[in-house]
Design a protein around this ligand. Structure first.
Ligand SMILES: [Zn+2]
Length: 379
């Protein structure tokens, strides 16, 4: 006859279950194995050995049916008592081990406050963006609103509405980047005699300054007007240390009853001192722009040398800041304003130049190459 599955000694255990020695030794051996389990995993292994399908206890239970009926009950009860004792020991050991493992996990997790900190690398604003924001903030604080216009602009708004003559060289393709030519699909080169210098008013180009927004804003709004217009502008230039096909301007425009050149001077001197420092001197020199009359350029005393001459001011003691002037009556007429009743002033600030001057940067290309080694020096 085949021995019951798993354990040759099963029948002797079942048969001798009534004998306390056998029970005692089973419980003692089990207790030793349970105490020897050093981890929860080991304890699970011990538990399946002691209580699982292959265990002595399981086999003894299976053997009960072979016992005479009068022994079966006592033997069953004895087996259950042993099983309960072992199960309880396992439960207690499990509590001890899980508490120990939790303590170990907490200890391993403890923060070492003596470790040097890892400083996360943070991004910063680009130098030119910072300057643009600063310029806008200064004008916003004295009541100017920010207006933004399209980068792809028509010939009309970029030139004609600003009183720039049809024959002005700025309209040439050598200066201005046109997006759509009248002869679509045709090569168009500067000096091509099939096309006179003038362009159609609806011809589209990349704006060469932020000034077109003057006309756009005044067409849509009645005076008083106090706006600044930040943005990118484009010229047909090769990239070199002082030129770029893309750069940044802030246009300013104030139009109201009775605005005079004194208002222009006061506003721009205030701006210069906010930007460069409260003690800066300013001076205005005559200049010419088609859209202002009279026109001027404003200089500020060098913030670096105080006027004695240095590398930043090219030894002159002065830094050229911006072009400005009283809005030309023709510009007001183009937008339907009456130059007999309203006057105004306009100015244009080169933000890239401001950033170069402030940080002593001599090569404009640094702004457009996005070399982090350069940009981080100024962050
Ligand atoms: Zn200087």
């Amino acid at each position: 006859m085949k021995t019951p599955e798993g354990n040759g000694s099963t029948s002797s255990l079942t048969g001798s279950m009534a004998e306390s020695d056998a029970l005692t030794s089973l419980v003692t051996d089990a207790g030793r194995a349970i105490d020897a389990a050093a981890t929860l995993d080991e304890l699970s292994d011990v538990e399946s050995t002691l209580m699982g399908k292959e265990s002595a206890i399981a086999a003894a239970r299976r053997g009960l049916k072979d016992l005479p009926a009068d022994e079966r009950r006592d033997a069953g009860r004895a087996i259950n008592e042993v099983a309960e004792t072992i199960t309880e020991s396992i439960r207690e050991r499990r509590l001890v081990l899980s508490a120990a493992e939790q303590d170990a996990a907490l200890a391993a997790d403890r923060v070492d406050i003596t470790q040097p900190a890892r400083v996360p690398r943070r991004g910063t604003h680009h130098l030119v963006s910072e300057v643009l924001d600063e310029i806008i903030d200064i004008f916003a604080s004295i009541g100017y609103r920010v207006a933004r216009g399209p980068e792809a602009e028509t010939d009309y708004y970029n030139f004609t509405a600003l009183n720039i003559p049809q024959t002005h060289p700025a309209r040439l393709e050598t200066d201005t980047l046109y997006l759509d030519y009248r002869g679509v699909g045709e090569e168009r080169t500067a000096g091509d005699e099939r096309y006179p210098l003038a362009h159609a008013p609806n011809e589209v180009l990349l704006r060469t300054h932020t000034s077109p927004m003057q006309a756009r804003y005044m067409e849509a709004n009645d005076p008083p007007v106090h706006i600044v217009v930040p943005g990118r502008v484009f010229r047909n230039e090769a990239l070199d240390p002082t030129h770029s096909p893309v750069f940044h301007q802030v246009e300013g425009l104030a139009v109201d009853d009775g605005i005079t050149f004194a208002d222009l001077k006061g506003t721009l001197a205030y701006f210069a001192r906010q930007f460069f420092g409260p003690k800066q001197e300013v001076r205005f020199l005559p200049n010419h722009f088609p859209f202002t009359e009279p026109s001027a350029e404003m200089h500020v005393s060098c913030f670096s040398c105080g006027g004695s001459g240095c590398r930043i001011c090219s030894q002159t003691g002065w830094i050229e800041m911006l072009g400005c002037g009283m809005v030309h009556p023709a510009v007001l007429e183009h937008v339907g304003y009456d130059p007999a009743t309203v006057t105004g002033f306009a100015f244009g600030i080169g933000a890239d130049r401001f950033a170069m001057v402030r940080h002593g940067i001599t090569d404009l290309r640094h702004f457009f190459e996005s070399d982090l080694r350069v940009l981080r020096q100024f962050s």
